[in-house]
Design a protein around this ligand. Sequence first.
Ligand code: FAD
Length: 457
Amino acid sequence: MTTHTFDIVVLGGGSGGYAAALRASELGKSVALIEKDKVGGTCLHRGCIPTKALLHAAEVAEHVRDAAHVGITATLERIDPAGVRDYREGIVAKKYKGLEGLVKARGITTVTGTGRLNPDRSISVGEDRYVGADVVLATGSYSRTLPGLDIGGRILTSEQALSLDVIPDRVLVLGGGVIGVEFASVWRSFGAEVTIIEALPHLVPNEDVAMSKGLERAFRRRGIQYSLGVRFQTATQDDSSVTVTLEDGKTFTADYLLVAVGRGPVTADLGLEEAGVRLDRGFVTVDDDLRTGVDGLWAVGDITPGLQLAHRGFQQGIAVAERIAGLSPVNVPDAQIPKVTYSSPEVASVGVSEEAAVAAHGADAVVAYEYNLAGNGKSEIIGTGGLVKVVRLKDGPVLGVHLLGDRVGELITEGQLAVAWEAHPEDIAPLIHAHPTQSEALGEAFLALAGKPLHAL
Ligand SMILES: Cc1cc2nc3c(=O)[nH]c(=O)nc-3n(C[C@H](O)[C@H](O)[C@H](O)COP(=O)(O)OP(=O)(O)OC[C@H]3O[C@@H](n4cnc5c(N)ncnc54)[C@H](O)[C@@H]3O)c2cc1C
């Protein structure tokens, strides 16, 4: 057994792990990054990037279909799954190459192999042992399923759905959260009959209910079917189809079933408990500074409880590297982290929903304003409907910003600044937004909340 010593050893090279490694090396630390598959992790190889490439291809298909509406004569002949795959894989390959180059240029030692934590806090990879003054756990997450629902054949997780080389005629999506809604949107644009099955009463149930209802209306118009509020019971498959039965006895049959019911932490059989790491339903318990409670052992990304988002992983990785280096980065609570669902239309939010604000502060202390994108010139031009909703404390700061519509994900940064800086709408209202942009819709909401609506009553 050979022992290798570093300032920092990072287990898992996804968004959280590689961000920690990059920042630590920038701060002069020697770093080993242990990854069993490919640096970049879920987000780059199986998550954010390939799904957004698919969504872009889907958007192009919709534009071609709608071209006559803007006076362009075009016909959508067909979707070429191999062509879409080449485009998607090309984007991932390019980003992967760039990331590998960056990791190398920063002098980080990448170790290919499966790591396991030892009780002395070192990490074993095969016959080698990696010892760090600090160790960062960042092993990420996997696609969950439900009891009795076995993945395989026509029953897919997002990983298999991504690499599906056919466009299904009919597809069922179990789970109306971010991943389910994004795949539903893509498949519908590619011409499939899509049905989403969600046990909770709304699609994107973690969003403000006005956004969920708006998305449901938009999906209905797009011909995306959904069943809400009834739980899955069983799924059976044969050579040609899969049938899902709900608890109320209703059945749905399609070519494939995507199971998108959430992601669990990759923390089993890693030696964590033996090393003294506390787990809560499989997630690593951490304090606000991302310490596990075991001296010198930190955890970042999807294995920690909270929002499972790549940019949260980046932020946590950076913060841990800085803390190890003796700096004092600020903690970013989940409520200040922007969330985007990249379907058509998109849903984007930061801060709290109106309902949560009312629960926390009382109905009399909360003011919410909704601005319909029908009043926004740029949205009209690009052909999207939607909604901007801003929630504030009466005479106080902005608590939440919620957006619905094509391309609105790009606007959420402004909402994030408003929420995190505890801006009052009166502070933002004088900062007039460029015309014509979709950001004006957000400006209109701030103007209205400041008592001086421009293009609204
Ligand atoms: C379909 C899909 C779409 C998504 N879209 C978005 C999006 O648009 N925006 C967004 O912000 N988030 C998105 N996410 C979520 C995002 O991918 C995750 O939040 C992010 O990847 C978490 O980063 P992480 O570093 O915690 O874990 P991961 O990215 O999962 O990385 C963990 C790494 O650890 C490695 N590993 C695990 N165990 C070991 C071991 N024992 N030894 C060595 N290596 C190990 C794994 O191989 C993996 O590379 C999406 C996820 C999916 C599935």
